[in-house]
Ligand binder design. Structure first.
Ligand code: MLT
Length: 335
């Protein structure tokens, strides 16, 4: 009996050693196949544009393709859930943002993931100022007129799903100006922007990157940007304070995350590839020309992103408490 037990113990020991050796080899060789970068929204929106821009560069550094997979739905939470449930081996990562990795916590009381414990932060990609936008023929010449018009007449507000940046920021705006719009939900601000350009919806709050070319071309109107300074990418668009609505302040952000348990050496490699992409002249210029704000130094580190996520969850929990009832969604509430 004791011989059997000894043999069984030795076998278990061998399996443990073999598994540890396999893991160490996989870490040392990483990456040996394409990496999936989940974009939790439809193509054509800010998350998609930013992911594709840095993905090309990261692929060059890592020596493997970075394949974009759009897993849209429920304000980005479906893609986040999918990432959380992926094998933590560095071959599935996500571009998350202020919505998926902060605001969603307060919006969905039974959210199927905890942004601060179910992911390994890889690094911040960029800060994303938010614009108040309207269809080009919206009957208001400035933000003051916009606020009065929407409050008095109602309007149709587009957003990328409950929990998205476009939803949370515009609800914040609605609370400030006392508006109660009709909602038009899309699975990303790519399609929402198409509807705005086509005049099928009246207004939207979007991160700067997807909006800059449309504003420059006169396809839509930008009433204000929610930052203290004007954006060099849109120097003619006033700040919210200049436009008379100083309370509308805030910037969104995009960042990379891996599922919890992804080995540190792999997270460090991904972080280094991201940093290299952000320092590449062409990539950097494209992101800056579209109005994003590139982080520097310590702000690019995984611990800085972990801190940001915690701070933003606390901040947006307060804002969302004040802006209205929490959304309930069966998909996002399944633990
Ligand atoms: C959002 O509203 O959260 C994003 O802008 C969605 C997107 O990237 O399409």
């Amino acid at each position: 009996m004791s011989v059997v037990r000894t043999l069984a113990g030795a076998l278990v020991g061998l399996f443990v050693i073999a598994a540890a050796t396999d893991r160490a080899a996989a870490e040392a060789d990483y990456p040996v196949r394409p990496i999936t970068l989940i974009v939790p929204f439809a193509a054509g929106g800010p998350s998609d544009i930013v992911a594709r821009t840095i993905g090309v560069d990261m692929a060059r550094t890592l020596g493997q393709p970075v394949v974009i997979e759009n897993v849209a739905g429920t304000g980005g939470t479906i893609g986040a859930i999918r990432t959380k449930r992926s094998t933590p081996d560095g071959y599935t990562i996500i571009i998350g943002h202020l919505g998926t990795h902060a605001a969603a916590v307060a919006i969905y009381p039974n959210l199927a993931y905890d942004p601060s414990t179910d992911f390994e932060p890889i690094g911040m990609i960029a800060g994303m100022p938010v614009l108040i936008l309207a269809r080009k023929d919206f009957p208001a010449k400035d933000l003051t007129e916009f606020a009065s018009y929407v409050k008095a007449n109602g309007a149709k507000m587009a957003h990328a799903g409950i929990g998205s940046v476009s939803y949370s920021f515009c609800q914040f705006l609605n609370q400030i100006i006392g508006a109660r719009p009709e909602f038009a939900s899309f699975n990303g601000t790519g399609p929402a922007m198409d509807a705005l350009v086509a005049g099928k919806v009246d207004y939207m709050c979007d991160q700067v990157v997807a909006a800059v070319p449309k504003v420059e071309a006169g396809a839509i109107k930008a009433y204000a940007i929610g930052t203290a300074e004007r954006s060099p990418a849109l120097p003619n668009v006033p700040t919210s304070e200049e436009a008379g609505l100083a309370q509308f302040q805030g910037s969104a952000w995009n960042a990379l995350f891996a599922p919890k348990g992804t080995p540190k050496s792999i997270v460090d490699q991904l972080n280094a590839a991201l940093a290299k992409a952000l320092d590449d002249e062409t990539t950097r210029k494209r992101l800056v020309d579209l109005g994003s704000v590139i982080p520097q130094g310590e702000a690019r580190s995984p611990p800085a992103l972990a801190d940001l996520v915690k701070r933003e969850i606390a901040k947006w929990s307060e804002i969302i408490k004040a802006t209205g009832p929490a959304a309930k969604n069966p998909e996002a509430s399944r633990r």
